[in-house]
Design a binder for this molecule. Structure first.
Ligand code: HEC
Ligand code: HEC
Ligand code: HEC
Ligand code: HEC
Ligand code: HEC
Length: 222
């Protein structure tokens, strides 16, 4: 068989033939990449729900918040004003524990930290990938309560991840925030329930305060 050269003018110039496999691979790769974005980015699949690392000190939110009635903001001072809620410095614990249970064995790492100036090596529970931008103040100040994203921390002896923190999970609320909005004074009161229907309250708060969470990519990926 002789080569049919006339075909070439309707397809690619000859010099591209060496590139063709590459072009094809790039096209296939692009499809796989797009598919991966859709699959990984939009799947609601649970990521690390239930993750509950053992902490260096058995600090209990159930005791300090649930029983003693401490407000989240006493320790997580950044939550209304900054991107990060922040883990409290040892000094915050010593405000009480220099006197309360001052000899407790459970508090040895806290006293050591206080003496050496090295922070208690708390293990992170919630941790988004670095390519995701998140801001606590943007949520808390607009009436999204801690409970919507962290569950009933006030009943936890040891903190665990209650929600998937997946992109699908973020977007579900960004599309319908009325299911979660509450008056700002109740954001840290985890057992608060509205007297009226949540949807009616949320819809009203959304309209009054003009709450419209963005869903474009660069809101969370900058
Ligand atoms: C007395 C100080 C104190 C108070 C009050 C407090 N916390 Fe904490 N919180 C801590 C400490 C210390 C840690 C780190 C150790 C741990 O994870 O248990 C922590 C961890 C957390 C974490 C997990 C952080 C991570 O690594 O992902 C969340 C979420 C959290 N707190 C939410 C709350 C909420 C919500 C409230 C109020 C209902 C609250 N905290 C009240 C001290 C406090
Ligand atoms: C406002 C005061 C206050 C602050 C601040 C505080 N605690 Fe406590 N903590 C208490 C009280 C009260 C108890 C219960 C004492 C008892 O059972 O008699 C307690 C108990 C504990 C216990 C149990 C001790 C034992 O021997 O059973 C641990 C552990 C503890 N706290 C860790 C912490 C850590 C870590 C911080 C800082 C992140 C902190 N606390 C901040 C008041 C405080
Ligand atoms: C809209 C969801 C959302 C709300 C509301 C929210 N958080 Fe978080 N929180 C997160 C996410 C997501 C992370 C992980 C952030 C990261 O990895 O960058 C986190 C992390 C934390 C941490 C770990 C330290 C840090 O700053 O990353 C603490 C402590 C915490 N949150 C406390 C709170 C408290 C207290 C409230 C309520 C006053 C609250 N959060 C409200 C989603 C939320
Ligand atoms: C329970 C509801 C809820 C969840 C879950 C949630 N958000 Fe939001 N988000 C909001 C609301 C409400 C606002 C405020 C919108 C406004 O002010 O109009 C907001 C605002 C933001 C903003 C600030 C946007 C701006 O430019 O003003 C960022 C960034 C953001 N969210 C990221 C995230 C990420 C990342 C996640 C998941 C890890 C997440 N959010 C999960 C409700 C939520
Ligand atoms: C409201 C916040 C938010 C918005 C808006 C958002 N993302 Fe994401 N995205 C996330 C979070 C959170 C993750 C991390 C999910 C995880 O850790 O499982 C993520 C992960 C991803 C990943 C990585 C998947 C992986 O596991 O490798 C891609 C790709 C992605 N997003 C693309 C997009 C695109 C494209 C858009 C715009 C159409 C977009 N995102 C809009 C929050 C957001």
């Amino acid at each position: 068989m002789t080569e049919d050269k006339s075909n070439d003018i309707f397809t690619f110039p000859k010099w591209t033939s060496v590139l063709r496999p590459g072009i094809a691979a790039a096209a296939v790769g692009g499809l796989v990449y797009a598919g991966t974005i859709v699959f990984l980015g939009f799947s609601p699949k649970a990521t690390d729900v239930g993750y509950m690392p053992t902490q260096p000190v058995p600090y209990s939110h159930a005791l300090h918040v649930g029983q003693l009635g401490m407000d989240c903001r006493y320790c997580h001072t950044g939550v209304e004003v900054a991107a990060a809620a922040a883990i409290p410095p040892t000094q915050t614990c010593m405000n009480c524990h220099s006197k309360v249970r001052a000899n407790s064995e459970k508090l040895i790492p806290v006293r050591e930290s206080y003496a050496t100036g090295m922070p208690v090596p708390w293990i992170r529970v919630h941790d988004l990938p670095d390519y995701v931008y998140f801001d606590h103040s943007a949520h808390v100040r607009r009436g999204v309560g801690c409970v919507s994203c962290h569950g009933r921390i006030d009943t936890m002896e040891t903190v665990f991840q209650a929600e998937p923190l997946s992109m699908g999970w973020c977007l579900e609320c960004h599309r319908s925030p009325e299911n979660h909005l509450r008056p700002a004074e109740f954001v840290t009161q985890l057992d608060w329930v509205p007297e009226e229907d949540q949807l009616a309250l949320g819809t009203r708060l959304r309209e009054t305060n003009n709450i419209n969470p963005p869903t474009d990519c660069n809101t969370c990926h900058r």
